[in-house]
Design a binder for this molecule. Sequence first.
Ligand code: 5GP
Length: 193
Amino acid sequence: MKLLESRVRAEGHALDERVLLVDSFLNHQVDPELMLEIGKEFARLFAEEGITRVVTVESSGIAPATMTALVMRLPLVIMKKYPKRRNQEGLLETEVYSFTKNQPYILTVKREFIHTGDRVLLINDFLANGEAAFGAIRLIEAAGATACGVGAVVCKSFQPGKGKLLEKGYRVEALADVAFMQKNTIRFVGETL
Ligand code: 5GP
């Protein structure tokens, strides 16, 4: 998505070779108009998948996932993170390793909000090692639903998440797919030098 790539290039800040900061429009301040364009693009890409529910992981996935759900006219479910297991009845839980915090957390969703047979689209802000995506997929599948696709606003393809998801047969769509980055340099997949 060219509009997003331009914003990443203009405002993104590669902290190092692994972490990209896009705080001015996605992770801290949010640009709602850009989020709406992102929602339209995900809705277009996954239009033929028979999606019945959009799911995201708190907190930075919420803005793009809300817009996707709005455009698709579907409910949005936000998976929540806790430091420890809650062992509550009706709550599905799985451990996930956090890319940014370098420690595990417990990802949860109430069983009642994902129905058996649902066809779920997972939207998140970033796809790096795939830990958050695989955690969310475990919960979706534990609820008896199908994970029909993963939409990442930004994917860093030089990290293993996208490859692992594709290898397991999940569909992945990234709106800005970063092939390489270094301080002050960002190169997208398919971009010629
Ligand atoms: P993964 O689980 O795929 O390794 O990482 C995904 C999660 O880690 C995202 O939901 C996001 O919160 C965070 N994350 C991963 N890489 C980056 C990054 O380069 N920048 C920012 N801001 N967050 C990231």
